[in-house]
Design a protein around this ligand. Sequence first.
Ligand code: HEC
Ligand code: HEC
Length: 308
Amino acid sequence: MILMKRANVSRRVSLFLEPASYGCTPSPSTFNHYGKVLNMVKLTCIPAIVFVALSSPQLAASDLEKNTVKSKQATVCAACHGANGVSVANHIPNLAGQRAAYLNDQLLAFNDGSRKSEIMNPIASQLSPEEIKNLSAYFAAQTASSGDGKSAFLPTIAKSRVEFPADYKRTFSRYHVLNMPEDSQVKHYYANDVALRAAAAGKSLPDGSILLVEIYSAKLDGNGKPLTGTDGYFVPDRLLSFPVSGRGPSWGEGFPEMLRNGDWNYALFGADKQLRSNANQAECLACHKPKVASNYAFTSSELKTARN
Ligand code: HEC
Ligand code: HEC
């Protein structure tokens, strides 16, 4: 993390972020993000954020608070809202140029849970009122974008160490199935032996653990309703995508603490088993973060009882 290191080098260093990548050429594509079909725009551009560290005499040495805000804005918020508040995806709002008081109120509401967002609640709950005030002022002061331009993903967070476990059908066990009536989908959950053995023994999941979900569209009956099999689960039709999580030695290093899930990494693969490079790992991390007490997994009780 170049940024973190630089920010820690000297309190007198201020960071200026110049996203040099707003000229990306978007090409329309549809991508199934974790079960939800979203119309997204695929960016074909080099994530070219240029970091320039300037010594800034007007920055008071006592202004440590401002620096931690700068580093949070640059290493956390930027992963989704862009360094200058122009977001990385259509489903994430731009912050640039919005009223500071509005941003402040929204962050306070995310912080106390009165505004619900599975992504923003765990992030805002880690911010102090002072940080919220300063982050709001920062983003309000950025130039609003009128076009469809998007910021690039933060390469350090977007990059995942998780690879597609090619032989999962043979070597993993299915431990859970879940119907998704709203989406007419059904999810099949698999875990490798390393994960299942630890879970059955009530231990936390060690390095080498891999969890994988197959997301299928459900077969529909004549009325467009999902067909249910004799086992009570929707009959799978087409395989859509594979969210995969895995843990490895120091895999979480370099992620900001606010998003880090220990040493777990996440990746989304298409039906072709290729990495969906337009899925932002920051979102996986943000949403799974509250599950810290159960290996960052939502289905930990199913995993635990799978072998009993
Ligand atoms: C993992 C992605 C992600 C990260 C990281 C993230 N956000 Fe968000 N943010 C979102 C999403 C998605 C929404 C829309 C939430 C909703 O309404 O459901 C949002 C909404 C907001 C809003 C409300 C905007 C509006 O127009 O109402 C504010 C303010 C905000 N975020 C501030 C921040 C700040 C400050 C940070 C850094 C500390 C941050 N966010 C980090 C994804 C993210
Ligand atoms: C908005 C919240 C949210 C986001 C974003 C999210 N997940 Fe999940 N994830 C869940 C929930 C809830 C479950 C359990 C129920 C389900 O599958 O719907 C889950 C389950 C999983 C599982 C099965 C193991 C477990 O934790 O129970 C994997 C693997 C997984 N997610 C990977 C990913 C990947 C990869 C991404 C990013 C591409 C991602 N998730 C993004 C909420 C989220």
